[in-house]
Design a protein around this ligand. Structure first.
Ligand SMILES: [Zn+2]
Length: 171
């Protein structure tokens, strides 16, 4: 038999091989590419997010279209979304308060140091701001101060007594 001519058996084998290759190609194509249902573009599968509910475990819509959609959804529903998140914050206010209190309790030293460092860095600015505020609101500041003294009269007395005693000891 001539090298270039094929018998019936060979042809059948070639057809079979071709079919296999085609199937393998289709499988590879299915594994590597998807067509987005929104934009209709053929893209590599990693452009589609994983979605276990879908065939091939990937979304039918590409990530670009998805993010465009969610952006549009956000703008179309902005007011409702912000109302919802406000409601969520309100509903969880108590939880957050407890969480924050616990956090402060667990990190007392750390927070103290943080505040101290921040104060050291901003000392001049803070003093200037306080002084400016004091001058602009002198009467109110004095009233607050008087109120504070009134409330803490005993504490202040005690503090002064101890302060004097300590000075005497130093001398
Ligand atoms: Zn798309």
């Amino acid at each position: 038999m001539d090298k270039n001519s094929y018998g019936f058996e060979d042809l059948a084998l070639i057809r079979k091989r071709e079919r296999e290759l085609l199937e393998r190609g289709i499988k590879a194509e299915l594994m590597l590419f998807r067509i987005c249902l929104r934009c209709g573009e053929r893209k590599l599968t990693f452009h589609f997010s994983i979605d276990k509910r879908m065939k091939g475990n990937r979304s039918n819509v590409c990530k670009d279209c998805r993010s465009k959609e969610s952006l549009r959804y956000y703008y179309d529903n902005k007011d409702r979304i912000s109302r919802q998140s406000q409601k969520y914050r309100d509903d969880h206010k108590e939880n957050r308060r407890l969480y924050n209190a616990k956090y402060r309790e667990d990190h007392t030293e750390f927070l103290k140091n943080l505040a101290k460092r921040w104060y050291e860095r901003n000392k001049k600015r803070i003093k200037k701001r306080n002084l400016k505020y004091y001058h602009e609101n002198r009467e109110a500041c004095q009233a607050v101060r008087e109120l504070w003294r009134e409330k803490n009269r005993e504490e202040i007395k005690k503090y002064n007594r101890e302060y004097r005693r300590a000075r005497v000891l130093v001398k």
